[in-house]
Design a protein around this ligand. Sequence first.
Ligand code: NAI
Ligand SMILES: Nc1nc(O)c(N)c(N[C@@H]2O[C@H](COP(=O)(O)O)[C@@H](O)[C@H]2O)n1
Length: 269
Amino acid sequence: MGTVRETIDFPQDQRAFLQPYLPTEQNSSSPRPFVTLTYAASLDSQIASAPGARTALSGPESKAMTHYLRFKHDAILIGVGTAVADDPALNCRLGDIQSVDEQPRPIILDPSGRWKFSADSHVIRLAKEGLGKAPFVLTRATQPPAEMVALLSEIGGKFIKISGTVLERGFTWEKVFNALEHEGIKSVMIEGGGRVINSLLKPENKALVDCVIVTIAPTWLGTGGVVVSPDRQFHNGQVLPAPRLRDTIWHPLGEDVVLCGRLASQSKS
Ligand SMILES: NC(=O)C1=CN([C@@H]2O[C@H](COP(=O)(O)OP(=O)(O)OC[C@H]3O[C@@H](n4cnc5c(N)ncnc54)[C@H](O)[C@@H]3O)[C@@H](O)[C@H]2O)C=CC1
Ligand SMILES: Nc1nc(O)c(N)c(N[C@@H]2O[C@H](COP(=O)(O)O)[C@@H](O)[C@H]2O)n1
């Protein structure tokens, strides 16, 4: 049976506040993609109630905003932890979409082949039905499983090998963005999960992030979930400045608040 086409509306009069934070034509001439870091968190900075648990935090209005962001970016990137936990769709369900060409490209960071997708995986099914693009899976593997290679190539997806050093079992972000740029991807929204977000908030990576858009849901998830809280960094025994946003806007959407900003190079002391 085919997937029922869900259509989401994000009204025109709600869109203006996001404008200064969206990728533009000027950005598209930059040698690396425009990077938006975006996720939904609870009041205790958690993005899931437990590792591996898909947790709905965004209300309908901010969920619609996320789909608008998906519409405005060439690609959506997640870590393999999220792919395995959520079996996500990773498409844009906004009524604005006229054809699959306008869909964002799903990108999965899976250095060691943990994501065992099949024809039943949500993102694969949607691509088969023309309701989303097929994923690109970034891997360290020289020879990913043949049946997965075939499944992806049937629908226009592929594995992309990233070679060289890996950072804490993850890829270095420069290599990830170089690979995306090589594929003609000019803008990417990074949705998570915890390890991916915390990695991008490290001092050595935060200059790679152009904008941050966080949905804050009015709930506490309690201890034991997946937390956005980057490791405190030290240099010569001194604590390095914590990441902080500048140019901020706090915009209520339904019962949530959406915080937009840019990562400052130095935090206020
Ligand atoms: N509320 C929200 O907006 C979102 C919530 N989530 C939740 O997050 C949870 C998954 O988070 P995690 O388990 O932390 O997994 P994750 O999705 O952050 O994936 C981490 C994995 O990605 C790979 N990776 C490759 N390069 C990397 C790099 N440079 N930095 C970090 N990782 C890299 C590594 O294999 C690593 O183990 C799920 O429960 C999911 O539901 C995920 C996305 C958004
Ligand atoms: N914006 C947002 N709000 C939440 O409450 C969420 N749990 C997430 N999760 C992210 O969205 C992906 C699911 O997307 P589909 O609806 O399946 O397309 C999930 O994998 C996370 O990346 N996001």
